[in-house]
Ligand binder design. Structure first.
Ligand code: NAI
Ligand code: MG
Length: 322
């Protein structure tokens, strides 16, 4: 039995994840789902956002569908998602950005860089260590090159003109691209942010370090209708977690107006990862038909609710099967 752990998390996670889960159950009734509670809500209730037992539960799953977690502005609180990514060694954060005239995949190193979690506060300053390891860079470079090989080319987003740690990252990525026979160029991350928005057709696979990839992919959402549209996969050698790029959106939570497309697309990526690209494509196609029919949530200028949008996709998936 293939087991899928479902973490709704906080905020709109409670609204968009049930929609994605219903669709998964419709296309793959053979999957076994189990809920795992993680996040700020749990922290408020029990004093713990996530513990060893939770991590063990997540490890036992063949794939994880994840909503989003609210990070309270408390200096003592460690980002749960960063903790999970590290514990499960989910080193590749893959963010496809697809829309009219746009077909880019951002591959972000997911376990180190500025999010290594090595930081401390002194009386007159606070420090965060930016760690770029050879092993960490090699495996993300390999992942990106394998992907680029089945597509077109690779761009290495970096700031090697300022950061020594990025000189190493660029060297490793370009060497791996040569080895894999992938056309490759490098680009400074600040210029890349603007150029990607102005000329998305110039880009195919972009590989970059942790925080640069975080920022670049949120900015790239502009190209395809906003944060509500972007899915992501967090891939390791043994585990995989799928989640919308957006956060828990407390400003709109509980109002049935969140866009569930990012969550649905994340579920489709989960199916592809489980070796079922046909069901993944069917879900993607159903979302496309519903959007084309003008059914949209308010962030896209429509008036459909989260649940109503989900119900429309569910109907389309059923129709695609018939
Ligand atoms: P956010 O992505 O939650 O929201 C940014 C803006 O986009 C908000 O105005 C929100 O209403 C809108 N938005 C996001 N998703 C949407 C959707 N599906 N449909 C319609 N509108 C949508 O980012 P923000 O506000 O910076 O963070 C909120 C909380 O989420 C914070 O506690 C943050 O730490 C957390 N967060 C968690 C993430 C995760 O668990 N993977 C990722 C990013 C943020
Ligand atoms: Mg982000």
């Amino acid at each position: 039995m293939v087991k899928v752990a479902v973490v709704e998390g906080d905020g709109i996670g409670h609204e968009v994840i049930p929609v994605a889960r219903d669709l998964l159950e419709a296309v793959r009734p053979d999957l076994e789902f189990f809920d795992v509670e993680v996040g700020y809500g749990r922290w408020e209730r029990t004093g713990s956002a996530c513990d060893e037992e939770t991590i063990a539960d997540l490890r036992s799953a063949d794939a994880i569908l994840f909503g989003a977690i609210t990070t309270p502005p408390d200096p003592e609180y460690r980002s749960v998602l960063v903790q999970i990514r590290k514990a499960l060694d989910l080193y590749a954060n893959v963010r496809p950005i697809r829309g009219e005239g746009v077909d880019v995949v951002i591959v972000r190193e997911n376990t180190e860089g500025l999010y290594s979690g090595i930081e401390w506060t002194e009386p007159v300053r606070a420090c965060t260590l930016r760690v770029v390891s050879r092993q960490g860079s090699e495996r993300i470079a390999r992942y990106a090159c394998t992907l680029a090989k089945s597509r077109r080319h690779l761009t290495v987003g970096n700031k090697a003109n300022v950061l020594k740690s990025d000189c190493l990252f660029v060297d490793i990525c370009t060497a791996e691209a040569v080895r894999a026979g992938v056309p490759c160029r490098t680009s400074y991350i600040d210029a890349l942010c603007l150029d990607l928005l102005m000329h998305p057709d110039r880009y195919d696979v972009i590989v970059t370090t942790n925080m640069f990839g975080d920022i670049l992919s949120d900015a790239a959402a502009y190209l395809v209708g906003g944060l509500g549209m972007l899915p992501s996969a967090n891939i390791g050698d043994r585990h995989a977690l799928f989640e919308p790029v957006h956060g828990s959106a407390p400003d709109i939570a509980g109002r049935n107006i969140a866009n569930p497309v990012a969550a649905i697309r994340s579920a489709a990526m989960l199916l592809a990862h489980l070796g079922d690209p046909a069901s993944a494509a069917a879900m993607e196609a159903a979302v496309g038909r519903v959007l084309s029919a003008g059914i949209r949530t308010p962030d896209l200028g429509g008036d459909a609710g989260t649940r109503e949008f989900g119900a429309a996709v569910l109907r389309e998936v059923g129709r695609g099967k018939a």
